[in-house]
Design a protein around this ligand. Sequence first.
Ligand SMILES: [Fe+2]
Length: 278
Amino acid sequence: MKPNVSAADGPSAITPSLWWVGRSAWGGLPPLTPSFDGNIFLLKGDRYDVLIDAGGGPSIKDLQHNIRLAGSTPERIREIWITHCHCDHFLGAGPWAAKYPRTICCLSKVGLTLLRRKDYRLTGLYLGPGALKLPKKLQPLEDGSVLRCPPFELRVEATPGHVPDGLCFRGQVDGLELLVTGDTVIGDQHIPGTGLQKGMIGWICGSWMSNMRSYRQSLARLAATRPDLLLPGHGLPQAGPAARSSLKNALRRVERLMAFPDFLNLGPYYSFSAFAPK
Ligand SMILES: [Fe+2]
């Protein structure tokens, strides 16, 4: 089947089971939810549904509305799968879990370890200790973890680089090999004023511990695969050859950046090993 990868004025079905229910105006797209949100997708299963990323909160009103327009209900959302802890993807999970406390928030073990130490660098915000109220039900993910939304099953691929807690999710949905990339690969996107940008990647910054060597490794692993549908954390989804070209172009972009030695020594936290889980 051919997925619908265009951005409508309201929530839209990318495939019958996969809906686009939240996004800001990033890339000049018509916004679906407040300006702080990355892409939020809804995966509709047989028994329950799942949100992929939660946006930045603090309001979940538009998101609730869009979920209903997509034929689901907030009460059907059993899990939220977080691609990484950056504020525009993760912070919405807090207000959501406060309203729907049975929701399980699944996120990187690396990210969760730092959050539990009240270290909020991976959110990208300068928050003081104790500033963040985490959802009560948290499930750590690592490379190889399996996420279930029957009949669908997605596998977690750890893809550090943009951030140390970056995750991708891969599996078959509606006959397509789906790859959710978060900000690891934003891919080929048309940006108003600048035209086609090939292989866009997540912002590189020492304060959230970006690491170019890890990034290259993660992208080389992704670029060797052939997903049918790529769902990025910002901008338009990409299907077929466009998905594959986005992965390859993201790898090229990182390799070009690595030609500048300063990028290899992002301070002051360039070495994540000091902060790895003990
Ligand atoms: Fe990010």
